[in-house]
Write a protein that binds this ligand. Structure first.
Ligand SMILES: Nc1ncnc2c1ncn2[C@@H]1O[C@H](COP(=O)(O)OP(=O)(O)OP(=O)(O)O)[C@@H](O)[C@H]1O
Length: 376
């Protein structure tokens, strides 16, 4: 096994790998950021319909508001919009809000559904003037379709190729002006010519706990569930900065409150309910804690190779690398280093374990160089 095989990449997985591993492991994962297969109707019911209802992302909202107002004043179509950010942060929701604010219809499709340029030509040629075309996972579109999109975005025109080989001819096709809203979890993977054709690019950040509390209160109101401030705060704190997860945890806590309590969600009820589902107070689930526990207890905090860590927790290495690690890294509990995975001092604290000597904060009298690995 090569050393890169053993240690995995320090940067993390590629796009397709991450999507596949999340889909495979994350299908029934309460804190997975992807939508579950039966979730779309529930999500639709909870989507904010107007920009003013959209919680958080204040900069994005302010900028988008300007873009849309200006387009409305000119009675034209809005510039193409690129929304980037992790799954479940509200990209689809924002695209629907753009359509609503522009009073325009919306067509929804995704990169993986457009494998041939012809698929895209069929969609583009049937758009109405001013229509919003939402292209989710735009980074997963095929190359020929992507190239067709360049011209469509810039000149509202496509060349449809008829025939094959030397006899093939390009028939130009005029398109009505439309607004493309592209969404991607990996803006860095978009080729620059595509990225540059968007007039407005917004990066969506993870939400602050206070913003997620507002999401929980709003959803609770729509679901007709009573939640007090402490209950909403407990759910928000475990939602990994993601409204989709907040809404999902709220539904599970609602079940618990209904079956085991009086239907009201307070701190105690939320905490007990999420304990049943093994989501801890910081939003880690069983897999996250298994990875962290193995790293700390079996390997003294590392460095340890990815494959060895995966064997220790009985999972595929892709699952550890793509499903568990991103959140652990984001939370500052685990670091990916060229020598392998390393637990940070916060990992011991989170697991309620005493830090070993090497991870102790330096004693004020200790000489430089005797500090722990992270030199706190
Ligand atoms: N700012 C917000 N305020 C209130 N609810 C939100 C907000 N953002 C997202 N949500 C809710 O979270 C859920 C997921 O949002 P959405 O489907 O728009 O995410 P997404 O970024 O498009 O995810 P994916 O990349 O997986 O398609 C929806 O039910 C939506 O109502």
């Amino acid at each position: 096994m090569s050393s890169s095989d053993e240690y995995g990449t320090a940067e993390g997985p590629g796009a397709q790998g991450a999507d596949a591993a999340e889909a495979a492991y994350g299908a029934d994962r309460l804190v997975g950021p992807e939508a579950e297969s039966d979730e779309s109707a529930l999500e639709a019911a909870l989507r904010p319909k107007e920009l003013s209802e959209f919680i958080g992302q204040s900069k994005v909202r302010e900028q988008l508001d300007l873009v849309l107002k200006a387009a409305r004043q000119r009675q034209g179509t809005a510039d193409h919009v690129l929304l980037s950010g992790a799954p479940g942060l509200g990209k689809t929701t924002l695209s629907m809000i753009i359509a609503a604010e522009m009073g325009a219809p919306i067509r929804i499709t995704s990169g993986p559904a457009i494998q041939h340029a012809g698929d895209l030509a069929a969609i583009l040629s049937s758009l109405q003037e001013g229509e919003i075309l939402f292209l989710d996972e735009i980074h997963r579109m095929s190359r020929p379709a992507e190239e067709m999109l360049y011209m469509a975005m810039e000149d509202f025109r496509v060349d449809v190729i008829v025939g094959k080989g030397p006899g093939a001819t390009a028939i130009p096709l005029e398109l009505p002006p439309f607004t493309l809203v592209g969404a991607t979890t990996r803006a860095g993977l978009l080729p620059p010519p595509l990225r540059d054709r968007f007039g407005f690019t917004a990066h969506m950040e993870f939400y602050e706990p206070a913003e997620l509390e507002l999401v929980v209160h709003r959803s609770a109101r729509l679901l007709d569930v009573r939640t007090d401030a402490a209950g909403a705060s407990e759910i928000a704190g475990r939602s990994r900065g993601t409204p989709r997860i907040a809404n999902r945890l709220l539904r599970r806590v609602r079940d618990y409150a209904q079956v085991k309590g009086d239907g009201v969600i307070d701190r105690e009820t939320a905490s007990r309910a999420l304990g049943v589902y093994e989501v801890d107070e910081r939003g880690l689930d069983r897999l996250d804690r298994a990875v962290l526990g193995a790293l700390v207890k079996l390997f003294g905090g590392g460095p340890v190779g990815l494959s060895t860590l995966a064997v220790a927790v009985g999972e595929e290495r892709e699952t550890v690398e793509e499903v568990a690690e991103p959140f652990l890294v984001r939370e500052g509990l685990l670091a990916r280093t060229p020598r392998g995975r390393v637990a940070t001092p916060a990992a011991w604290d989170h697991l309620g374990l005493a830090r070993p000597q090497s991870q102790q904060p330096p004693h004020p009298s200790s000489a430089p160089g005797q500090q722990g690995l992270f030199g706190e």
